[in-house]
Design a protein around this ligand. Structure first.
Ligand code: PLP
Length: 405
């Protein structure tokens, strides 16, 4: 395995020092770094095409509209959607899930209905459903997780039933990297008559997603976790479901006509995009899709699998380090604790060594409780990482153990 990543050069932010140490960025699950092509696409829009979209008849507006709608097509094709109409631009996975909870769930759910999630969800795939349950009288059910961090599919099956209106689950856990059997879960939930929403925030930067073969009804993702800008993401929804849904927010662009007596809605997907959207963000996300397609998910997976295997081996061989989450199906996320050293102290010592990791509950407090922990350290990898980065992490952890363990 090469000591440096052939992909790192494309990411300008990686080429810097933190203090006197070269930066080792191991926090891609929080947000990935951005390749130059994405930065250029955003800059190009602001420097050349900056105008509002859809309503302008002048050249700049038409160019901006073309680039924005072009980005929608790129996302649709990356996710395997049937048509670009099935892609709604939102702020990120959080907004996508809230949109489904409120626009699909709220008018349809009531007392006696159930929402099924799992113990490994990010707070953004828990709290919107808790709000919905409070608003409608529906009940929240939670499928459990095995000790190795894999989903207990039997518990998911047991909790599924005629009352399950929605099943919402992560494609990949942000806290421990588990990859869930989403196709199987969608099949089970659909057979029980539930609508499915898959939280793909941690998947689309790392693995091929095909929403049609997966069979999900909705799929949520965040641009900034797949090399795109912050503040942009998308919700995939099956066309028929989107058609049935009422708008979520009201405002400009989501209407066909407005009068004080009657207002009619624009067609899907515009019905769900009220107000001026994050045009530059969408264009940047389109460039990120091109970047991913240019490399190919097979190549991404190959690099990340090797890194995960190497990182698992290196960390397992440090006395006092315990890996949290060792499911067989995993993405390149290494969550761990260090005996006698608080995760925040490990994180701070890593930072002094130039190594950026994340510490805390990773917005997955219930999962931390499941493992009897309040916090872990998390190193999350991407294509720009190398074995040398993992060696730097190991050196920093050993230092933390020597100083504080
Ligand atoms: N779901 C998962 C699994 C995540 O990891 C995250 C963010 O870390 C989210 C949802 C929320 O994403 P965003 O904050 O981009 O909306």
């Amino acid at each position: 395995m090469k000591q440096t990543s052939q992909f790192a050069e494309a990411f300008p932010a990686l080429n810097q020092h933190v203090g006197d140490k070269p930066l080792v960025y191991l926090d891609s699950a929080a947000t990935t770094q951005k390749p130059q092509c994405v930065i250029d696409a955003v800059e190009h829009y602001y420097e050349n095409d900056n105008a509002n979209i859809h309503r302008g008849v002048h050249q700049l507006s038409m160019r901006a509209t073309k680039a924005y709608e072009g980005a929608r097509s790129k996302v649709a094709s990356l996710l395997g959607a049937q048509s670009s109409d099935e892609i709604i631009f939102v702020r990120g996975a959080t907004e996508a899930i809230n949109l489904v909870a409120q626009a699909w769930g709220r008018p349809r759910l009531g007392a006696g209905d159930e929402v099924l999630i799992t113990e490994m969800e990010h707070h953004s795939n828990i709290v919107p459903w808790q709000l919905l349950c409070e608003q409608t009288g529906a009940a929240l059910k939670v499928a459990s997780v095995h000790d190795d961090g894999s989903l207990d599919v039997d518990s998911f099956k047991e909790l599924l039933g005629e009352h399950t209106a929605v099943a919402a689950f992560a494609h990949v856990s942000n806290a421990i990297g588990t990859v869930n059997p989403v196709k199987e879960l969608c099949e089970l939930a659909s057979a029980a008559g539930a609508v499915t929403i898959v939280d793909g925030a941690q998947a689309t930067g790392h693995m091929k997603v095909d929403v049609q073969s997966m069979g999900c009804d909705f799929y949520a993702t965040s641009g900034h976790k797949m090399f795109g800008p912050t503040g942009i993401g998308c919700l995939y929804g099956k066309h028929a479901l989107l058609e049935e849904m009422e708008p979520w927010q009201g405002g400009g662009d989501m209407i066909l006509s407005v009068s004080f007596e009657e207002t009619t809605w624009n067609k899907v997907p515009f019905k769900f995009e009220a107000g001026t959207p994050n045009i530059a963000g969408a264009i940047g996300l389109g460039a990120a899709c091109d970047y991913i397609s240019g490399i190919g998910y097979d190549a991404i997976q190959e690099v990340e699998h090797e890194l995960l295997a190497y990182g698992t081996d290196v960390l397992s061989n440090i006395d006092g380090v315990t890996l949290i989450g060792t499911a067989r199906q995993k993405c390149a996320i290494l969550a761990f604790t260090v005996d006698g050293v608080h995760p925040h102290d490990v994180g701070t010592i890593c930072d002094h060594e130039g190594v950026a990791i994340r510490t805390g509950n990773h917005c997955a407090e219930p999962l931390m409780h499941r493992f009897g922990l309040s916090a872990t350290c998390r190193a999350s990898l991407s294509i720009y990482n190398s074995p040398a980065d993992i060696d730097a992490l190991a050196t920093a952890i050993r230092k933390a153990i020597t100083m504080l363990g």
